[in-house]
Design a protein. Structure first.
Length: 203
């Protein structure tokens, strides 16, 4: 489980594809990372399979065929920046919202409007996921916990405002129209929908 508060920017060192899956080597994250640990890479929960030496250290992680199909990780090339967040501990502050690292789909950056103190970014969202997006609610974009500033379910988009801190510390600072981003809707909305569906069947 994660909170959508990015710890640091990492960098893809290598991307190896074989038999529909991939193995990523990523430079970054804390020095005490160990095999078996979960790390969110641009919003995708991956398991560390190995740790490489160097400063800073690097780790490897395997990406399954399903994850490649639902996320933008398959398009990452060496040198690409990625958002990194280690799994939250029970004693940590929940600074963002509950993020599983289970990406629902990718969206596309449609427009970007710089303002004096923030950037307003419009992102496309498929209808199957749009129903979980609500104004003033939370959504994870490339693993970053953000508040929905505006949306149009009919037109299939939502907007977020990126403050200077987010622009500096995450990959969203460099995202441009046409770029793909990983989207994860609030899991609480999904559970509520499922429970209400079950109640309706029992009526």
């Amino acid at each position: 489980m994660f909170t959508g508060i990015v710890a640091e920017l990492g960098e893809v060192v290598a991307s190896e594809h074989r038999d529909g899956a991939a193995r990523l080597t990523i430079r970054g994250c804390a020095d005490d990372v160990s095999p078996g640990e979960s790390i969110a890479v641009s919003g995708v929960c991956l398991t560390v399979t190995g740790v490489l030496g160097g400063t800073p250290r690097a780790f490897t992680a395997d990406v399954t065929e399903q994850t490649l199909a639902r996320s933008s990780l398959g398009a990452l090339a060496p040198g690409a920046p990625v958002n990194l967040e280690r799994a939250v501990r029970l004693a940590d502050r929940l600074g963002g919202h509950l993020v599983q690292g289970h990406v629902d789909c990718t969206g596309t950056v449609l427009a970007r409007s710089p303002a004096r103190n923030w950037d307003r970014v419009r992102i496309s969202v498929p209808g199957a996921i749009a129903r979980y997006v609500v104004e003033k609610g939370s959504i994870a974009v490339d693993g970053v916990s953000l508040t929905v500033a505006a949306l149009s379910e009919a037109e299939g988009w939502f907007e977020v405002c990126l403050i200077p801190e987010t622009l500096r510390r995450t990959t969203l600072g460099a995202a441009r129209p046409g770029d793909a981003v990983n989207l994860e809707a609030d899991v609480i909305a999904k559970y509520v929908e499922r429970l209400l569906r079950g109640e309706a069947r029992n009526v």
